[in-house]
Design a binder for this molecule. Structure first.
Ligand SMILES: Nc1nc2c(c(=O)[nH]1)N[C@H]1C(S)=C(S)[C@@H](COP(=O)(O)OP(=O)(O)OC[C@H]3O[C@@H](n4cnc5c(N)ncnc54)[C@H](O)[C@@H]3O)O[C@H]1N2
Ligand code: MOO
Length: 405
């Protein structure tokens, strides 16, 4: 009987449904970029705090400022040093950008439209009431929420939080992701490689993916294919918001993850999904810690990282977790009919003479081939049982660089 394989979207939905955002922590404004607000940011002042000039020129009364009029300059109002008096009939105050518009004035005469001489200024262009004045509260008012909870902070947001006088921000703690690579045959880069062994790439690649997605990655010591060794490392799982394992996910007798975690109270959610690469994905819970068991094949581990781990980190960070955004591109080659597993074809992108984005899937799509994955710009998505497509047909693709992967 064929395996029962869970559809990718359903698997992702089940994973995300079991994750809750991390608690709030307070960080200095300068540390806030890229973090997700746990509480909204409220303006602690009104901006601008009064009517201010948007230009260098003269604060005037519009009714006195028709072309040809001459006004007496009775004071100055640079930014930060308001003029204390009132602008009376026939008077003007020299003003600079950001200066408070003095009482009595209702417009600003642009410096370029004025001729100053000896304590007076001549109006060379009629001024309308309200001209070049930024009204009090134009940008925001004290007490208003300027940034909502759940927002991932951009450089623009940091500027707004600063302007509204917020030196501290309440953000979700970066999700702490434990990464456990298993296998007798794997060795850390630079360490002696056992006979028939392979250098572990998964833990490092996944740690980079976690960091690029806003998480803190903790790479655990490699666990050999031995239930006790895996269980021992897994006993630290409570320290993490999510434990990610790689290897030992499949059906081989050395594929020990489920067996090894069993003794620690592992509750299996699901196993095996309709996806290529990545079929033997495991989802479950070890005590209170969710566990995402990724396949050992390096490309499978990373593609599953894109499809499941990045959205999981988003949800833990307080963002809506969702499938990676896709773009419509054109396949440069004919694609065969797909089988029951949603395919993720590693492809390079180029722009053709008509400006169309063309995707060329690698000819060999083996899930051990990291060089092909590193060269790829995109994952071309092929739904289960998608019909054959001719070259030139449109397909959906995930842009890897946009995800920082
Ligand atoms: N009879 C079957 N065999 C396999 C099936 C199946 O359904 N029936 N599924 C295949 C698929 S699909 C995948 S994917 C792999 C996944 O297997 P495991 O998760 O159990 O992974 P391992 O057997 O431990 O390793 C597979 C492969 O990856 C290498 N590896 C492991 N860890 C790392 C690491 N940290 N860095 C780099 N490379 C790693 C390992 O040496 C193996 O070559 O199973 C298929 N088999
Ligand atoms: O799904 Mo495995 O990931 O095909 O190699």
């Amino acid at each position: 009987m064929a395996d029962d394989l869970l559809p990718v979207d359903e698997a992702r939905a089940r994973i995300l449904a079991e994750l809750t955002p991390t608690a709030a922590e307070t960080v200095a404004l300068a540390e806030g970029a890229g973090r997700v607000l746990a509480r909204g940011v409220t303006a602690r002042l009104t901006q601008p705090p009064a009517d201010v000039s948007a230009m260098d020129g003269y604060a005037v009364r519009a009714m006195d400022s028709a072309e040809g009029a001459t006004l007496a300059v009775v004071g100055t109002a640079p930014a930060g040093r308001p003029f204390g008096g009132t602008v009376g009939p026939g008077e003007a105050v020299r003003i600079f950008t950001g200066g408070f518009v003095p009482d009595g004035a209702d417009a600003v005469l642009l410096q370029e439209d004025a001729t100053a001489s000896d304590g007076t200024v001549r109006v060379n262009e009629t001024v309308k009431a309200g001209r070049h004045i930024r009204r009090r509260g134009l940008d925001f008012a004290e007490g208003a929420e300027v940034l909502p909870a759940g927002r991932k902070l951009t450089a623009r947001d940091i500027g707004l939080a600063a302007a509204s006088n917020n030196p501290w921000l309440a953000v979700h703690r970066r999700p702490r992701i434990g990464i456990l690579a298993t296998g007798d045959e794997i060795a850390l880069p630079g360490d002696p490689i056992p006979p028939g062994g392979i250098v572990s790439s998964n833990a490092h690649a996944l740690a980079a993916l976690v960091r690029a997605s806003g998480g803190d990655a903790v790479v655990l010591p490699i666990a050999p294919d031995d239930t006790h060794a895996i269980a021992e490392v897994a006993a630290t799982a409570h320290a993490f918001d999510l434990l990610v394992t790689t290897g030992g996910a499949s059906v081989g007798e050395h594929d020990l993850i489920q067996k090894a975690l069993g003794g620690e109270g592992f509750a299996l959610g699901f196993w095996k999904i309709a996806m290529r690469p990545g079929k033997p994905l495991i989802w479950g819970r070890l005590g209170r810690t969710p566990v995402l068991g990724l396949p050992g094949n390096p490309v499978s581990a990373l593609v599953c990282g894109v499809v499941f781990l990045i959205p999981a980190i988003a949800t833990l960070s307080g963002l809506p977790g969702a499938a990676a955004p896709t773009r419509r591109v054109v396949t440069a080659v004919a694609l065969p009919e797909n089988d029951r597993r949603a395919d993720h074809l590693r492809a390079t992108l180029s722009v053709d003479g008509d400006g169309r984005m063309m995707a060329t899937p690698a000819q060999v799509q083996d899930s051990s081939m990291l060089a092909t994955l590193a060269r790829a710009d995109a994952l071309v998505l092929r739904a289960p049982f998608a019909p054959a497509l001719p070259a030139g047909a449109e397909v959906e693709a995930v842009m890897l660089a946009e995800l920082g992967v």
